[in-house]
Design a protein around this ligand. Structure first.
Ligand SMILES: [Fe+2]
Length: 395
């Protein structure tokens, strides 16, 4: 047993009205020329103004950069970094979902480095980050990717993904204000919410799980399970939005410290090859991957059942783990996520190319409690096309 490496961002504000801490924190960090990186849609609906107005009133110059797309390709990262290098900014704020926050982290750190983003990629890069970069504040507007608490920036390559990762990418301040999520439409609430749940579930069964990440993951599951359906059906439900913001934040801390595994590894190619949103990719695969690896972690699956609001007291571990998979299936269906890959328009002819790409996600697959071979991965995708949970011994 080795010691766990536990990393939290230095400071977070989490709760209704947390955005009120923005101006004091920008001042504390010495920000006067601020670069805000955000989604163009958020600027259009006036949400970004809630960030920029108080800053301008406080005397800061603010530039809003909106060249942000979902699942940002490497070139989008290169452009954001070039922009940050070209301006005289002294602080970067990321406002939005995972894409905007990931680009903000990248731009803040690489603004003070030389070389292309490609040279800092985890798998193929040759350079190492040497400086912390500009101070950065991350403000999620979905619940969520957890990007506000991790040290990773994910970039899409041709058909797969790679990351730039270093503790220098950690936010100086994370501001998690559920008020900003009230206008998120049901479909995005559902997808990002199941993404957060997946972070907690995968962290809890990860081979790198620790007592610290377990506590974070279980509480995240409790909050998400009791509030996600409500947040999808009634977006204005304040308590549901507060629970989801806290749940997503805790799930982010859990997976940052214990890692995600098979669900994310198989989800990445759906994004890379078919541009399915990250949350939806995870959501559709969650029951199939967890059903397939169930036998390797029945005790933990029983714990998850309880956290999801079920009761394992009168069940064997085996029975409880089956119930857990059923509960995950039910939750994903209840929030309106299609049950099969075909429901997203993915043809069965993609089976081999999806399998080939997923096998490359070795960093993620290494944390699965059940080692997943190429054949296992192919079988899970087949199950997700057929809409039937499959286990290794009953193929
Ligand atoms: Fe995720």
């Amino acid at each position: 047993m080795t010691a766990s490496r536990i990393v939290f961002p230095p400071l977070s504000y989490v709760g209704w009205g947390a955005l009120g801490q923005l101006v004091p924190e920008v001042k504390r960090l010495g920000g006067t020329h601020v670069l805000v990186i955000t989604d163009p849609a958020l600027e259009k609906i006036g949400l970004v103004e809630q960030v920029t107005s108080p800053l301008r009133q406080a005397g800061c110059s603010v530039h809003v950069y909106t060249d942000v797309v979902p699942e940002p390709p490497l070139e989008t990262g290169e452009k954001a970094v070039a922009f940050a290098r070209g301006g005289e900014f002294d602080l970067v704020i990321g406002v939005g979902g995972g894409s905007a926050m990931d680009l903000a982290k990248l731009a803040a750190v690489l603004a003070v480095h030389e070389g292309s983003v490609a040279e800092y990629l985890n798998l193929t890069g040759t350079r190492t980050l040497e400086k912390k970069g500009l101070p950065k504040i991350l403000i999620p507007t979905t619940s969520g990717t957890g990007s506000e608490v991790t040290n990773i920036s994910v970039l899409s390559l041709d058909t797969t993904k790679d990351v730039v990762t270093h503790d220098y990418l950690l936010a100086d301040v994370a501001i998690v204000d559920p008020q900003l999520t009230v206008s998120v439409p049901p479909r995005v609430t559902a997808a990002t919410g199941i993404d957060a749940l997946t972070h907690a579930v995968e962290a809890y069964v990860s081979v790198n799980a620790s007592p610290t990440s377990d506590g974070l993951a279980l509480q995240a599951m409790r909050l998400i399970a009791r509030s996600l359906r409500k947040a999808v059906e009634h977006g204005a439900d304040k308590q549901a939005r507060i629970d989801m913001a806290n749940g997503s934040y805790l799930a982010g801390l859990a997976f940052f410290n214990a890692g995600v595994a098979g669900v994310h590894a198989l989800a990445y190619p759906l994004g890379g090859q078919f541009h399915i949103a990250h949350g939806e990719s995870n959501a559709v695969l969650l029951p199939y991957v967890m059903g397939y690896i169930r036998q390797s972690c029945t005790k933990r699956m029983a714990d998850i059942l309880n956290a999801l609001g079920g009761n394992s007291s009168f069940l064997s571990e085996e029975e409880a783990s089956h119930r857990c998979v059923e509960e995950l299936e039910r939750l994903v269906a209840d929030v309106g996520i299609p049950k099969t890959l075909g429901g997203f328009g993915i043809p069965e002819s993609a089976l081999e190319s999806l399998t080939k790409d997923a096998v490359q996600q070795k960093r993620l697959l290494a944390r699965s409690p059940m080692p997943l071979s190429e054949d296992d991965i192919r079988t899970i995708y087949q199950a997700a096309f057929a809409g039937t949970i499959v286990e290794p011994n009953n193929e």
